[in-house]
Every structure is written in C-alpha cells, then in structure tokens.
Design a protein around this ligand. Structure first.
Ligand code: URA
Ligand code: CA
Length: 433
C-alpha cells in the first residue's frame, strides 16, 4: 500500500477502506509517513469530507494508536460528559457529584490545558489539599466506593490524534467536521466511557459560532459514538454569553458549591439538570428523563448533592470544610468593579472576550508554561436581558495584578448596553440522539 494512492483516492472523492485508514494513521504515528503527505490527505478530507463509516474507522484507528483506559472493574455503566469548551463552564464541577449522588458512577479523567481558566483539575486544586495524582487502582477503588473520582490524564492516549491535531493546526485543516468529530470522540472513547453525553456549545464563546455548524458537529459525534458501540447523545447549548456568573478557578468552585446547594445561577443549574438527567438515564439509574431530573432536583434541595461533593473532595485530600466556609478558598487581594456607562438593558456579553479578560487577570494559561492564579477571575452581576442603571456594577474583577487598564478596556468593549428591549438568549437549542 502506498500513501500516494490514498491521497489520490481521497482527492478524487472515493471512500477509503478500513485498511487504508489504519495504514495512514499507524504509519503517521510511527513516523513512517511524512508530514507533507499527511498534510495533503488532511486537505483532501477537508474538501471531500468522509462518510460515516470512514469517520468511525478513523476514530477507531486513533483510539487504537495508544493506551486505552480499562474501567471494567468499576460496577455499573460509566457515563462521561464532554463539553466542546466555553467560557466559565462550571458544569463538570457540578455534574460529577450531582450525578454520583443518585448512584451513577462518574470516573472522570481531566486535564489542565490552555484557555480562559484552567481545566477541571486546576479548578479543583483551589480546594486546599485536593490532588489528582492517584494511581489507576486508587481511582477505580474510589469510584466503586464513592461513585466519583477525578484523575489527571495518564498513559499515552491517542498519540495519533496528538500528531494529527498539531499538523492540522499549522495547515489550515482544523475546521473540518469529520476531523474535529473523530479527534474529540477518539479521546473520549480511549478514556473508557461506556456512554457519552456531549455538550456542544454554540455562539461567540464557542468553537462552533453558528448553530447549524454545532448541529452538524453534534450529529457527526453521535454517529461515531453509536458506530463504535458507545451510547452517545448531544445537547446543543448557548455560549453566546458566559455560563453562570463566575469565570475563574476558585470562583467557579464557589459557584459549584452554590449550585449544588440549589442556590446557583439559573442557566448553570438548568444546563446541569438537562445534561445530568441524560447521564442518569444512559447509566440506567432512571427509566426516563423526567424521573432522572426529579432525582437530581431532589438532591440539590435535600443536601445530598452537596454531601457528595464533600465526600469527593475529602477522598482526594481536599478540605471538605470549604463547602460550608467558601472563604477558605484562595482569595484575590483586589476586587475591582466595572460599572455601566449608561442605563438600559444588557444586549451582549461577548463570551470569548470576557474569557480573555479573565485570562489576563491570571485565571488561565496563555502558554503551557504560564502559572495560574487560582483566585483570579471575573464575577458577573448582569447577564444578557438584565436591566442596568448607569453607574451600577456590571462585574467585579478579582486579581492580584496592579495594572488592569487594558483588561478594563477589553471588558468595556465586550459588554454592550442598549435602549431596546432584549430577551435572555435561549439556553438549550436542540437534543441530538
Ligand atoms: N478539539 C479537539 O480535541 N479536536 C479538534 O479537532 C478540535 C477541537
Ligand atoms: Ca461559570
């Protein structure tokens, strides 16, 4: 088999075979096939697309290129949730203990990564003592005992995806539905989940800015999941403005505590109930969505979800007393309000720009080497559709840096106030099954 022929075939719009797909994935991972040939193939895929069968085969080949996590020693159906990324997305912190509180096992492998805030692990590390450096055995034992645990990425997962993603990044081929869908799904499948709930975001703060693109990506991922034998569904949710009120690591832990106490922001609570009830049904802990939602809702008001969060934190070395005393979380030296320059209604909060502002305050990493300030971030006081009076605080910046002039400027350009009537945006656009 020759790589040249595979490129030519795809260039001409002919479906690749299983053998051909495994040939290029394995050859590229091992270094036998050079970047320039794979670049040409990625560009051909970009223009010619892939059939559902090709997409599933590409995903499988990437999964098999490295280690796969074996969760079979955990009792029950393991459901994972994946979000395509947004700004101030506190859902994982809420969902892990919430879903566990109704008996569905949550075995979460998480990362740190670049972005507006840290990843789930960074956020959780704002709880004094909490750590995710546990062995695979401890991880499995903890999930069996407490129904929830979080571990840092271990092993050599999907090396093919790592190489392909880096190559796509410099060859203008990231933005291709079959390539994005297989990339995301390969990582989820290699992490060992039996079933997957996808939260595909759309809007200014999301990877997919347009709803139609988000829908196409969601359908592609659901199809891959089903094709490789993992029950998968997707929710398309709004990320035109940040989710909830907090953007930052310790600030989001506090927001998660509020939400688990039934006192969280409305949009964050709703999205967690929607995603959570899908997870509970896939885990077969409820027979339908209504029943699942009722179970979760009950545990937000009766204290069980919060209790589960305490148990989870303590089981990984964290101080559970932060749950009742959030002032024990890291706190920034400065709290600076940004106020409205005119009265009216909030029309727009450009999510990605506000995320960048939070990162500039120290909440996220600009490069792999950057240090995160766990206390830094932004607390919103207004959301789209809220009335505001001139001089009223729109948000509070939490930071330990001195020069915030450029951050304030960015924030002011991200929040638009209008005289016209504006309604809060829809939170959930669609469910894809
Ligand atoms: N995120 C991924 O993991 N892969 C892509 O291809 C795009 C976004
Ligand atoms: Ca938030």
């Amino acid at each position: 088999m020759r790589m040249y022929d595979i490129i030519e075939k795809k260039r001409d719009g002919i479906e690749l075979t299983e053998e051909e797909i495994y040939f290029f994935v394995n050859g590229y991972t091992s270094g036998d096939i050079p970047d320039y040939q794979v670049s040409a193939l990625m560009m051909a895929i970009y223009f010619q697309d892939m059939t559902e069968t090709e997409r599933a085969l590409l995903t499988k080949a990437m999964v098999e290129s490295g280690d796969q996590i074996d969760l079979s020693d955990i009792a029950g159906i393991k459901v994972d949730k994946h979000s395509t990324g947004g700004v101030g997305d506190t859902t994982t912190l809420v969902l892990a203990p919430l879903v566990a509180s109704v008996g569905a096992p949550v075995a979460k492998m998480s990362g740190r990564g670049l972005g507006h805030t840290g990843g789930t692990i960074d956020k959780l590390e704002s709880v004094p003592g909490f750590h995710t450096e546990i062995t695979n055995k401890e991880f499995i034992d903890l999930v069996n005992k407490n129904k929830v645990a979080v571990i840092g990425q271990t092993g050599n997962l999907t090396p093919a995806d790592k190489k392909l993603y880096s190559l796509r990044d410099v060859t203008a081929t990231v933005n291709s539905i079959p390539l994005i869908a297989s990339s995301i799904m390969s990582k989820k499948i290699a992490s060992g989940a039996d079933a997957i709930v996808l939260d595909v975001k759309t809007g200014a703060g999301a990877f997919m800015k347009e709803i139609e693109d988000a829908k196409e990506l969601a359908q592609a991922m659901v199809s891959i999941g089903k094709n490789v034998g993992r029950n998968t569904m997707a929710v398309i949710s709004d990320m035109s403005q940040p989710l909830g009120l907090a953007i930052g690591n310790a600030l989001e832990v506090k927001e998660a505590i509020d939400t688990l106490s039934g006192k969280g922001p409305k949009d964050l609570t709703e999205l967690c109930l929607v995603l959570g009830s899908q997870m509970v049904v896939l885990a077969e802990k409820a027979s339908n969505i209504e029943e699942a939602r009722q179970m979760l809702d009950d545990n937000l008001s009766n204290g069980k979800a919060l209790e589960q969060f305490k148990t989870f934190l303590a089981s990984q070395g964290g101080d559970p007393t932060v749950v009742d005393n959030p002032e024990l979380l890291p706190k920034a030296r400065k709290q600076i309000e940004v106020t409205a320059e005119q009265s009216g209604t909030v029309q727009t909060i450009v999510a990605d720009q506000l995320g960048t502002a939070a990162m500039m305050l120290g909440a996220g990493r600009a490069t792999k080497e950057s240090e995160i300030d766990l206390a830094a971030g932004i607390m919103l006081h207004k959301k789209v559709g809220d009335p505001v009076r001139k001089g009223e605080p729109l948000l509070t910046m939490h930071c330990n840096i001195d020069n915030v002039a450029s951050v304030v400027e960015l924030i002011k350009s991200s929040i638009i106030i209008t005289d016209e009537n504006v309604k809060a945006p829809k939170l959930i656009y669609e469910m894809i099954t």
